[in-house]
Design a protein around this ligand. Structure first.
Ligand SMILES: Nc1ncnc2c1ncn2[C@@H]1O[C@H](COP(=O)(O)OP(=O)(O)OP(=O)(O)O)[C@@H](O)[C@H]1O
Ligand SMILES: [Mg+2]
Length: 249
């Protein structure tokens, strides 16, 4: 059976504007406005350059690379929270993203209220969230703290809350950025088991991690991003040793 491609990037680039101090004072800037504006517009920073890749339905796809390489930018593009500057991006399926710690949460609301809010924002009905809320809290292991405002939560507790909501959405395409690292060992184990369960069910997953052992455990293929470009895409056994070898430099 040929599997269909559910995430497709063709020559995708993403640039951010680079912000400068106005040199020579505001008056000087205004006097030479056209030139000054032109130089401001021209200085852009390319966070991702000419990326082409295709992820098949049911695949678990890892993204690795050094800090600042462009991994989160890539997930942001797949999640639709960032728009590519050029190139084509196609996503076929319902995306469930977990992109940043506490992302989409409100600090003054309780854990329980945040579950309701996030569940609804991410596409469940209120009735569905209500039906599953016991299960979500149970999975998070946060029942003793669930009525506290989440500004009192530790980073690991925020990761637990975020992950627990997202895995109960019945995702089709699950995007997860480097969140499990702040969870303790028992939670990481629980998350990996959940993700293995998704894998068996054929959920497509894109997983950014600095934990090579997690990547090795769950991914089928890996993309190594280096200096904002694709350095290598291939099986875990091809890409991970090549990447690890550069870590000692
Ligand atoms: N909103 C932004 N404006 C300007 N530059 C940005 C913005 N977001 C990211 N960048 C830059 O884009 C590059 C890639 O950032 P990105 O967050 O994708 O890296 P990363 O691979 O996820 O790194 P890490 O491993 O540290 O999470 C970095 O150089 C970063 O400074
Ligand atoms: Mg990142």
């Amino acid at each position: 059976m040929t599997k269909k491609s559910v995430i497709l990037l063709e020559n995708v680039s993403k640039t951010y504007p680079l912000y400068h101090h106005i040199q020579g004072g505001l008056k000087n800037f205004l006097l030479r406005l056209p030139k000054a504006l032109k130089s401001t517009i021209e200085t852009k920073f390319e966070a991702l350059s000419n990326i082409s890749l295709s992820i098949q339905q049911g695949e678990t796809f890892g993204i690795i690379g050094k800090n600042g390489a462009g991994k989160s930018t890539m997930l942001g593009l797949m999640a639709g929270v960032l728009k590519p500057t050029s190139g084509r991006l196609m996503i076929d399926g319902r995306i469930s993203p977990l992109l940043e710690l506490g992302g989409g949460f409100h600090l003054e609301l309780s854990g329980m209220e945040n579950i309701m809010l996030n569940g609804v924002l991410l596409g469940m009905t209120r009735a569905e969230v209500k039906k599953r809320i016991g299960e979500i809290i149970e999975f998070s292991g946060l029942s003793d703290f669930i009525d506290q405002p989440i500004r009192t939560y530790s980073s690991g507790m925020l990761a637990r809350l975020g992950f627990s909501v997202i895995v109960h959405l019945d995702p089709e395409i699950f995007l997860i950025d480097e969140i499990l690292g702040v969870g303790d060992m028992s939670f990481q184990k629980k998350c990996l088991e959940k993700m293995m369960g998704f894998k068996t069910k054929g959920v497509t997953m894109v997983f950014v991690s600095h934990s090579i052992s997690e990547i090795e455990k769950i991914c089928d293929r890996v993309c190594w991003i280096e200096n904002h470009c694709v350095k290598m895409i291939g099986s875990v056994s091809e890409v991970v040793p090549a990447y690890s070898a550069t870590m000692n430099d």
